[in-house]
Design a binder for this molecule. Structure first.
Ligand SMILES: C[S@@+](CC[C@H](N)C(=O)[O-])C[C@H]1O[C@@H](n2cnc3c(N)ncnc32)[C@H](O)[C@@H]1O
Length: 214
């Protein structure tokens, strides 16, 4: 591994060591994902998760919508930071992932706060009521990111927050060549020109775009 990359890995490990730790169940879920899934790196992990929990605490969020459940790490992480009457509505296309996530939710005292909406996320989002969420986390297929953002901006209240993961796409957004990189670049440019939000692209992990709705 090149020295600069090794140093970055070590700095990331240091950041994790200096951040509040995951619950035992989340640690087990992450290990399960790395041991059993074909593309385990889709999991967001502790730093992104802690950032989401921080946003929840800062805006006193109660209702959350998530696009992209995977094995359930971010949904459970967010549920752990919510009050007892809080709700996470998470959208997942693949039954296999929904089943894995539900099996972990069933083992948590926070699991009853989470509802998985199975099927294409755009269809699930269409059924949800405008202005009824405090926070949206977008973390699914990149080709639909702009559509997810456009729907989520109407789903969240004023003062609510949207967080989009992977907005740096390993640096490929700088000179986008493939369709995913192009879609992410287009989404970033759209948000940057969207007067409805105050936005900041943070270099946390693979890039988190934080949008606060005016
Ligand atoms: C990057 S993973 C989500 C990771 C998760 N948020 C976490 O932190 O562990 C993306 C997920 O989106 C799902 N997905 C992809 N396309 C989708 C779609 N059109 N509708 C709903 N889910 C979709 C994938 O099956 C995958 O589980």
């Amino acid at each position: 591994m090149p020295i600069a990359e090794l140093k970055r890995e070590k700095m990331l490990d240091y950041c994790k060591d200096q951040s509040s730790a995951d619950s035992e169940l989340l640690t087990e879920l992450e290990k399960y994902t790395w041991d059993n899934e074909d593309v385990p790196q889709m999991i967001s992990g502790q730093l992104v998760g802690n950032f989401l929990q921080s946003a929840i605490k800062m805006i006193h969020a109660q209702y959350i919508v998530e696009v992209g459940t995977f094995t359930g790490y971010s949904a459970l992480k967010m549920a752990e930071a919510l009050p007892v009457n809080g709700e996470v509505h998470t959208c997942e296309l693949m039954d296999k992932h929904a089943r894995t996530a539900q099996s972990f939710f069933d083992r948590s005292k926070h699991g009853s706060k989470i509802t998985i909406h199975r099927g294409p996320a755009l269809e699930s989002l269409e059924q949800m009521k405008s202005g009824s969420f405090d926070l949206a986390f977008i973390d699914a297929d990149k080709s639909n990111y702009l559509e997810y953002y456009s729907r989520c901006i109407t789903l969240i209240r004023c003062g609510g927050v949207i967080v989009l993961d992977n907005m740096l796409w390993g640096g490929d957004v700088l000179d986008p060549q493939d369709e995913d990189a192009k879609a992410l670049r287009k989404t970033g440019e759209f948000i940057q020109n969207d007067a409805r939000v105050f936005n900041t692209l943070l270099p946390i992990r693979d890039g988190l775009m934080l949008c606060i709705k005016n």
